[in-house]
Design a protein. Structure first.
Length: 200
């Protein structure tokens, strides 16, 4: 919950900067931050549901929790994948006709990077759980996106060219597609193994 609070705060700051800069790179990174927050919420929810089931009907906590977190991972992956493809046409349009973008986008990029590092530090000791592993991977990729926004801001300030905004957007969209596909594939494979094991 503390990690989720950090992400919500980071998201709010990025939305404010987004309104004033209209940076597509910042749009992509903001959506990725929102997806990270969703991943952390799914993590908390799956833990709570598994614990409640264990208390009420005495089911095997580890098995129930594992199934719940794998399903959550699949949902997060699908959302990331779909969002990336929704952003792609806008990135292509911005690349062909880039509007003027303020270099100040490096500020929310730095804030996003600090927020991600903080959350990684908070949940680092719980990496044995599948949902935590997915959340950690999510956040690590978002850190790269935040670094990309910072680099775009610095390059725009240095060169005066806004083309770096859509270029960084392509980079972040690529990260989202790879992460989404990876999470969905891992979730489907793991659920198949669990179902086969249950059948035996």
């Amino acid at each position: 919950m503390l990690g989720l609070a950090i992400h919500v705060t980071t998201l709010a700051v990025q939305v404010i900067f987004l309104i004033f800069t209209l940076s597509l790179a910042l749009v992509s990174d903001t959506i990725h931050v929102a997806a990270d927050g969703l991943a952390l919420w799914v993590l908390w929810l799956s833990q709570k549901q598994a614990d409640n089931a264990h208390r009420e009907v005495n089911v095997d906590l580890d098995e129930y929790y594992h199934r719940e977190e794998v399903r959550g991972t699949a949902i997060i992956g699908a959302l990331l994948f779909a969002t990336a493809f929704l952003l792609l046409p806008f990135a292509l349009h911005r690349y062909s006709d880039p509007p003027e973008i303020s270099a100040v986008i490096w500020v929310p990029g730095v804030l996003g990077l600090v927020g991600n590092v903080s959350v990684l530090w908070i949940i680092r000791g719980h990496h044995k759980h599948r949902t935590v592993q997915s959340a950690l991977a999510h956040i690590a990729l978002d850190m790269l996106g935040s670094v990309g926004v910072v680099i775009a801001g610095v390059l725009i300030w240095w060169s005066g060219e806004s083309i770096f905004d859509p270029l960084v957007s392509f980079f972040i969209i690529g990260l989202m597609i790879l992460a989404g596909l990876g999470f969905m594939y891992e979730a489907v494979t793991t659920l198949r193994k669990l179902n086969n094991a249950g059948g035996h």
